[in-house]
Design a protein around this ligand. Structure first.
Ligand code: SF4
Ligand code: SF4
Length: 384
């Protein structure tokens, strides 16, 4: 793949990022791998596979593509769509077992919310190693298979914020343009500019207001299609419509077309302003997820200091005291309740605790994943 093709894939698929874009699962041979070459596994979201292949240019390796329903690693694993079964299936059916002498497979760290290391090993004999959060760090990680704290921790740098702004603005402006086409052609360009401008401002200015975002606040539920907590969007929309009514009364223009045009424009502004910013990055829990009020608790009697929690936590909440063989959570306030540490702890020493003291056991976190609306799915294929 050349530069131009790679840039084109990135541009087109960033615009379409909200859609699943699956590619064929199975084995991809990179370079001239031998019997001790690394085996790297990723999801079957086309853009992710293209980026992994790009990052591994010049490196001899086997790349396994597992079924994640065409969705990126974080969303698919967290939502129960990239599962133990998918990893086991590609390990067993791709033919990779005949090509290498070892049984170590590198998985993306962000898959740790959905793929259980212990279970995969029990079923296949393969040892899962958690690779870096960012694909770009793969070449630096591979030689020693050691992650620095920076390789374990998610961030939301400018290029990712720009990418998410495009990912939201493109579909919203497209739909708005199509709706306005029969009603108000001259309104299409302002609507598109408004959508892109607002989305870019919201995402690029993120570092300026980040410290005021409190994921544990009820009021942060100001997100797309969520009119639940306080109905903030409804109030905003009602205020705008009231303003329109006042303008109509003042100008004497009470036509349906006037209300349709400006009603669509106002709805657009409200929708863009209520983007689920926190659902756009693993840095924060989505505002739709009630799980953001949970806290991860540690049973010190069960903890053996195995440090799997430290290896998979995307917020670097853990330190492990290797003398006392005990995990500590000095940065617990950064937790995004992803559950990865709970899923991976081989001794079930971690669990969620709700503000009213109720506990959610590791088995529940492993079995039942969150859907897009933040509800735990009753049925899951998580245990393969
Ligand atoms: S909490 Fe679990 S994974 Fe973390 S150090 Fe203790 S035993 Fe290991
Ligand atoms: S401490 Fe929180 S953020 Fe870190 S892995 Fe556990 S649940 Fe996820």
């Amino acid at each position: 793949m050349g530069w131009i093709q790679y840039i084109l894939i990135n541009v087109v698929e960033t615009c379409l990022r909200m859609l699943p874009i699956p590619i064929r699962t199975g084995l991809i041979v990179l370079g001239n791998p031998g019997r001790n070459s690394p085996v790297i596994l990723t999801c079957n979201f086309h853009l992710t596979v293209a980026r992994v292949k790009w990052a591994l240019r010049g490196i001899d390796a086997y790349l396994l593509v597992a079924n994640s329903r065409g969705i990126n690693v974080w969303c698919a694993a967290t939502g129960g769509l990239f599962t133990n079964h998918d990893v086991i299936s590609v390990l067993k059916t791709s033919g990779v077992e005949d090509l290498v002498d070892h049984r170590q497979v590198i998985l993306p760290q962000l898959a740790a919310t959905g793929i259980e290391r212990k279970y995969v090993r029990k079923k296949t004999g393969w040892i899962v190693q958690w690779g870096p959060v960012d694909i770009k760090d793969l070449p630096a990680y591979l030689p020693r298979r050691k992650k620095t704290p920076a390789m374990r921790q998610v961030s939301f740098p400018a290029e990712q914020r720009f990418e998410m702004a495009v990912a939201w603005a493109f579909p919203i402006s497209l739909v708005a343009g199509l709706i306005l086409l029969p009603l108000w052609r001259e309104g299409i360009l302002p609507a598109v500019l408004l959508t892109w401008g607002l989305a870019l401002i919201i995402f690029m200015a993120f570092p300026l207001y980040q410290r005021w975002l409190n994921p544990r606040s009820e009021r942060i539920g100001f997100v797309l299609f969520d009119f639940g907590r306080g109905g903030v969007q409804l109030i905003l929309l009602a205020g705008i419509l009231l303003g329109l009514f006042a303008v109509a009364k003042y100008t004497g223009n009470f036509s349906g077309l006037f209300f349709a045009r400006w009603g669509i424009m106002s709805t657009l502004v409200v929708l863009v302003l209520s983007l689920d910013l926190m659902g756009s990055t693993p840095l924060y829990k989505s505002g739709l997820h009630a799980d953001r009020f949970l806290k991860v608790s540690l049973d010190t009697d069960k903890c053996k200091g195995a440090a799997f929690c430290e290896q998979v936590c995307p917020r670097n909440c853990y330190d492990v005291d290797h003398h006392r063989h005990l995990a500590t959570q000095p940065r617990a306030h950064l937790c995004v309740q992803c559950g990865a540490c709970i899923v991976q702890c081989p001794f079930d020493a971690l669990y969620f605790e709700s503000p009213d003291g109720a506990t959610i056991a590791p088995e529940i976190i492993r079995k039942f994943k969150l859907n897009l609306m933040g509800k735990r799915l009753v049925k899951t294929v998580g245990r393969g």
